[in-house]
Design a protein. Structure first.
Length: 268
């Protein structure tokens, strides 16, 4: 099977060096093995995605010397695939409507017996009503149906711990699919064999492995790399003031030289 990786940014803002580092890792992983490197634009969030950011992503990757195979894939053109996957899960009784607002969820999580960052299941078993809602996966039922699962990260076996992630959202009130559902469906449809991404997404992989089992999808290998850090040791990200690649391009920085420094593991 041809090794296939992908880089899948969201066009809700401009890329920074953390994105560049991850894109280079995925690109080089495929190229070193004679494989394919794909570019997918995760523009399913219609309220925040911007066409101008798509153009900037293309320019940034080209500036870094990264070339992808085939056409760029847009999630906004694949909504029927996500709807079909959701319907399969609904038919199996694995989804339930959640009417909670963000404020209500935050309040429940801050209660004395609440679990930080995990939805407490407030709407599980609640009667359906005519109101805005998202669709959540009943994780306990999903894990019971999926059976004992595992996955590989850097060629080591990882026991699946999806229950710890709680009843995740698979379709939002304002979007037809969540990241969890869309990325799982798309990776399978595009024949991705190796998912090369940051360690910040390690926990999400437990959820993706369960969805693969429920939807009878192929299971890739995962390679979660360390996150790029600045001279102060802090993760390079937009909220920490990391410069955008577009700003660096505009200031005359050599993209190929920057990519070489990132490959060599130099501080940037």
């Amino acid at each position: 099977m041809t090794v296939t990786t992908r880089f899948a940014p969201s066009p809700t803002g401009r890329l920074h060096m953390g994105h560049a580092f991850s894109a280079i890792r995925a690109h080089d992983f495929a190229r070193e093995r004679g494989g394919r490197f794909l570019l997918r634009i995760e523009d399913i969030d219609g309220t925040r995605s911007r066409p101008e950011h798509v153009a900037t992503i293309v320019d940034d990757l080209t500036w870094l010397g990264l070339a992808w195979d085939g056409e760029v894939v847009f999630q906004s053109a694949r909504l029927d695939r996500y709807a079909s996957a959701l319907e399969k899960l609904r038919e199996r009784g694995l989804l339930y409507r959640c009417y909670c607002t963000r404020a209500e969820i935050a309040e429940a999580m801050s209660a004395p017996h609440g679990t930080a960052a995990v939805y407490p299941g407030t709407c599980r078993g609640a009667p359906a009503r005519d109101a805005a809602h998202c669709w959540r996966l009943d994780m306990a039922a999903a894990v019971a149906l999926g059976g004992e699962l595992s996955w590989t990260d850097h060629a080591r076996m990882v026991a699946n711990e999806a229950l710890a992630q709680g009843d995740v959202v698979l379709a939002r009130k304002d979007a037809p699919a969540s990241y969890h559902l869309a990325v799982t469906v798309d990776d399978a449809a595009q024949g991705v064999t190796d998912v090369v991404r940051g360690r910040d997404l390690f926990a999400a992989t437990h959820v993706h492995r369960v969805l693969q089992a429920l939807l009878d999808l192929p299971v890739p290998r995962w390679w979660h790399h360390d996150l790029l850090a600045g001279a102060d040791g802090e993760r390079l990200a937009k909220r920490h003031g990391a410069p955008t690649l577009a700003a660096m391009r505009a200031s005359g920085v050599d993209g190929l030289a920057l990519a070489a420094r990132l490959r060599a593991g130099e501080r940037v």
